[in-house]
Design a protein around this ligand. Structure first.
Ligand code: PAF
Length: 273
């Protein structure tokens, strides 16, 4: 496995190869969820590039940038064992300059839900993803469905900026008890982890209510809020594929999204209905 930290060196090197490139952008602290992205990328591309970069511009003031889990050595081993061809480990100074051109996320869909509780977060996400995609020029780039709003906005960016990459969505990986895998799960105490199971449990209930014929989004989210109580809820909503709110679930075209705070940790999850 090649390890490259200079963006221009990586770009030049990749330009000499005439093969399909699968790209998995990450912030490190790799878990099974990341491994499933890498596996998918390996299945469908000649080479796989993984980036590890804790992107400072997507953290708001006072958020967990400084304590975000960093496991560079372990992550490098995991990538090597998973058959990654190139690990891209850039430094912030090589990604950002002082006077930056920036990408702004859409004013509506980028500032609702997580974008409402973390204003500006998605500007940082889109800016770095745009840069990474331009450095790697992958054939296919892989993102997890757990971050549904992030995925939606990345797809909008690729479509609206006429970018030449296929965005591939990969299923959320869960622990045996249903908790969606996330690098931030390490922040949870034993007790908080138990409380966090209310999230997947509320989603399962939504799914089961729809299977039994309940289509009122208000009716479903009311029950979900009861299950999630007393956690601090940022949102529980049911939207369509284009992220518009729905009064009635449209089966096959609806997603239920939840974000709550457990202790000091924000956790999000979703399920297609
Ligand atoms: O989902 C993540 O890990 C990050 O938001 C991403 C896409 C790597 C951008 O920093």
């Amino acid at each position: 496995m090649k390890i490259i930290s200079n963006p221009l060196e990586l770009k030049k090197y990749l330009q000499t190869l005439n093969v399909t490139i699968g790209f998995v952008p990450t912030m490190g602290a790799l878990h099974e969820g990341h491994l499933s992205l890498i596996k998918e990328a390996k299945r469908n591309n000649a080479i796989v590039v993984v980036s590890i970069f804790v992107n400072p511009t997507q953290f708001l003031k006072g958020e967990d940038l400084d304590k975000y889990p960093r496991k560079d050595d372990a992550d490098t081993k995991v990538c090597e064992l998973s058959g990654v061809d190139i690990l891209f480990f850039p430094h912030a100074k090589d990604i950002y300059t002082e006077d930056e051109v920036s990408i702004l996320c859409p004013k509506v869909r980028g500032f609702v839900l997580e974008g409402f509780s973390r204003p500006g977060h998605f500007n940082g996400v889109l800016t770095v993803v745009n840069k990474l995609l331009n450095i790697v020029s992958p054939t296919n780039a892989y993102f997890g469905k757990k971050d549904a709003q992030q995925l939606h906005l990345i797809k909008l960016m690729v479509e609206q900026l006429f970018m030449r990459v296929n965005i591939i969505e990969v299923e959320t990986m869960r622990e045996n008890d249903g908790l969606a895998m996330s690098s931030r799960n390490v922040y949870l105490s034993k007790e908080q982890r138990k409380e966090a199971l209310k999230i997947s449990s509320s989603l399962k209930t939504a799914f089961s209510m729809v299977s039994k014929g309940e289509l009122s989004t208000c009716g479903i989210t009311k029950i979900m809020r009861e299950i999630l109580s007393p956690l601090e809820i940022f949102y529980v909503v049911i939207l369509d594929r284009k992220f518009h709110t729905l009064k009635k679930v449209e089966i096959g075209n609806s997603i239920v999204l939840v974000e709550v705070k457990v202790g000091e940790t924000r956790l999000l999850d979703n399920m297609w209905l």
